[in-house]
Write a protein that binds this ligand. Sequence first.
Ligand SMILES: Cc1ncc(C[n+]2csc(CCOP(=O)(O)OP(=O)(O)O)c2C)c(N)n1
Ligand code: SF4
Length: 282
Amino acid sequence: MAYTAKDFRSSLKPIWCPGCGDFGVVTALYRALVNIGRPPHEVAFISGIGCSSRIPGYTTAYGFNTVHGRALPVAQGIKMANPDLLVLVAGGDGDGFSIGGGHVPHAIRRNLDLTYIVMDNHIYGLTKGQLSPTTPRGAKTSSSTYGSMEDPVNPLLYVLAYGAGFVAQGVPADMDGLTRMIEEAIRYPGFAFVNIQSPCVTFGDPEDQMKVQKTKMRKLAAEGHDSANRLRAMELAQEYGTALYTGVFYRNPNPPATYDSQIRARQRNQQSAVTAAAAVAA
Ligand SMILES: Cc1ncc(C[n+]2csc(CCOP(=O)(O)OP(=O)(O)O)c2C)c(N)n1
Ligand code: SF4
């Protein structure tokens, strides 16, 4: 059966501020799920806490709005318990890179087949505009009234350095590109990371807004980037915060076995050993 975006849209009306970038993210996600073609009941969507973390509630997938920063461990548990589920994880830059930052490297090196979407708005939106880990140096926020004195985290370089097999960045201003990269991330067999520059129109920097993104964005494919080249991807990722590259930075051309597939193989081997021993005993 072919699914449509309607099948993935829940009856809850988003309470995001009008113009919030997260509207574009959920639309791209519906479209990507339509292209994937799996029914909503085979999808589990896990998030933390934040404006962006409301996103599972706007879909008809199974959802769990966990506690702040704990989406990844919960998602990994769900994938282990039911490896047949398509597991999506989402949240903000605060959820993923401050309170939840300790989970990211371990989720990457464990390499379960998950897609992690971060709506990076460089601010804590839900709690009314405090400094987040990706707030640029110098930015004035409600908790850095004289301007931030810290360098931001670079999410792209961070996940590449820890060995993520799929790393992309998108913007809601380019809906087709964003849909394609979410779909590709879901299809990647392993931990996939998509950083979305999703503007906060209420507390965010005017320089981050959708109109500006349209003029600033540089599509990696148009620049001839080879997404199999991890070192080049790391070089380009260093420009996070200055150049706005969109597209796939890195896709491991030889994805290693995922943690969940190794567990399944081990379970099958143990089962065959038990069956063989029972046959000998009989
Ligand atoms: C343990 C804990 N600490 C702090 C909070 C308060 N809190 C809720 S959301 C949030 C940050 C939201 O920012 P982000 O994750 O970037 O998401 P956004 O709202 O910008 O989408 C904070 C600090 C909380 N809910 N739980
Ligand atoms: S506060 Fe910012 S991130 Fe939250 S819904 Fe409003 S625009 Fe979006």
